[in-house]
Design a protein around this ligand. Structure first.
Ligand SMILES: NC(=O)c1ccc[n+]([C@@H]2O[C@H](COP(=O)([O-])OP(=O)(O)OC[C@H]3O[C@@H](n4cnc5c(N)ncnc54)[C@H](O)[C@@H]3O)[C@@H](O)[C@H]2O)c1
Length: 357
């Protein structure tokens, strides 16, 4: 991976669904740094201190406030902007929320994704589509080894099932429509648990830790032994950007499913991650509070990324310690008065340097 992906986006018209979210806001900032013309489509940001608001991203991109469950407004946004490249990230993204609101989760992640693919069908300007699902789309067998792109899909909780369903839908649109259109490539992408500055989502471990540390109370951990593939947000985004470029240049060769997970070194328990965060923050403590009524969550999950390594030449650049340090330092800097824009730009700059190693 190198200069070709970094030069590719200059002047390209790129639409990002979910631009007000954690990953979408980082992706839009990176795309602007690369010189792309960017539009976003999503629900309004939910919190004043969302990364999107802190960055003042609304001044940097053409944001359209809308709901992907509404096909007409989605098609209008695609028709107005005429994107060449689409990154679809909009989703109800939290496993715990999916237990409280399963229908909303399926309507958004399944119905909404159908609408996005319908909008793709009627947008002739598109050359490449990167469609984000999740590592949780695989049927979880609690295997020690990593899931491959052709492993069986499945999902116990509504979020995971919605992402597996979104994969099946993608595959059907791919076979029935997208692969028949010359010059259009599309890929579904499955990344691990992403960490980084600017995430304030409920029921996610990093925001939970930072909230507790800022308020000087112990961090409550429900599932300290659950193991996840942790990665800094810039890692999968580098994979998505690389894939967006390769699909544009050679749609047939790069269409399909891709995993973008961390090295084994970063497949760690929730407890290890929380301890590492406390260590970098410099103060704080953990309190293990398992709940007998907590809903089921998979205990062990890792991804096999041989395909991306071999065919895309993508690989993780920041190990577990670096990913945690870059995350905690972002929150510390912003708490001490550095602007989020400066803190996030600095991470993109440092990460870009290691891309060329
Ligand atoms: N964060 C992770 O660890 C992780 C891991 C694997 C996969 N993913 C996937 O990556 C994508 C982005 O995740 P994130 O962490 O940025 O999530 P997020 O919750 O921070 O952001 C979700 C975005 O989707 C938008 N959205 C939700 N419902 C919508 C609707 N009905 N219409 C329009 N927009 C809607 C929100 O407004 C927001 O912009 C999601 O598809 C998520 O499932 C995330």
């Amino acid at each position: 991976m190198g200069v070709s992906f970094l030069d590719f986006y200059k002047g390209k018209r790129v639409l990002v669904t979910g631009d007000t979210g954690f990953k979408g806001s980082w992706l839009c900032l990176w795309l602007r740094e690369l010189g792309a013309e960017v539009a976003g489509f999503a629900l309004p940001p939910g919190r004043e201190d969302d990364h999107y608001n802190l960055l003042k991203l609304g001044d940097m991109i053409r944001h359209v406030s809308g709901d992907i469950r509404d096909l007409d407004s989605l098609e209008a946004a695609f028709g107005d902007f005429k994107p060449e490249i689409l990154f679809h990230l909009a989703a109800q993204s939290i496993v715990r929320v999916s237990y409280d609101s399963p229908k909303e989760t399926f309507d958004t992640n399944v119905g909404g994704s159908v609408n996005v693919l319908e909008a793709v069908r009627v947008t002739p300007s598109l050359r490449s589509v990167v469609y984000v699902t999740s590592d949780k789309c695989y049927r979880n067998n609690e295997w020690l080894w990593g899931y491959r792109e052709n492993d069986v899909l499945g999902g116990h909780d509504p979020y995971s099932a919605s992402k597996a369903a979104a994969e099946l839908i993608f595959s059907s649109y791919m076979d029935s429509f997208i692969s028949r259109r010359d010059g259009l490539g599309a890929a579904s992408v499955r990344a691990g648990n992403v960490i980084g500055g600017g995430d304030w989502s409920p029921a996610r471990i990093v925001p939970d830790c930072i909230r507790a540390l800022r308020e000087g109370r112990p961090i409550e951990i429900r599932n300290p032994h659950s193991t996840r593939p942790w990665q800094h947000v810039l890692e999968p985004l580098a994979g998505y950007l690389l894939l967006g470029a390769r699909l544009y240049e050679d749609p047939k060769a790069f269409s399909g499913a891709w995993n973008f997970g961390p090295d084994d070194d970063a497949v760690r328990t929730v407890g290890e991650l929380a301890e590492k965060i406390v260590g970098r923050w410099g103060a704080g403590s953990l309190r293990i509070s398992p709940s007998a009524h907590a809903p089921h969550e998979a205990r062990l999950l890792r991804l096999n990324c041989d395909k991306a390594r071999s065919l895309l030449k993508w690989r993780p650049r920041w190990d577990f310690t670096t990913a945690v340090n870059e995350t905690v330092d972002w929150y510390k800097e912003v708490s001490s008065g550095v602007t989020a824009l400066a803190a996030s730009r600095a991470r993109i700059k440092d990460y870009t340097e290691v891309l060329n190693d």
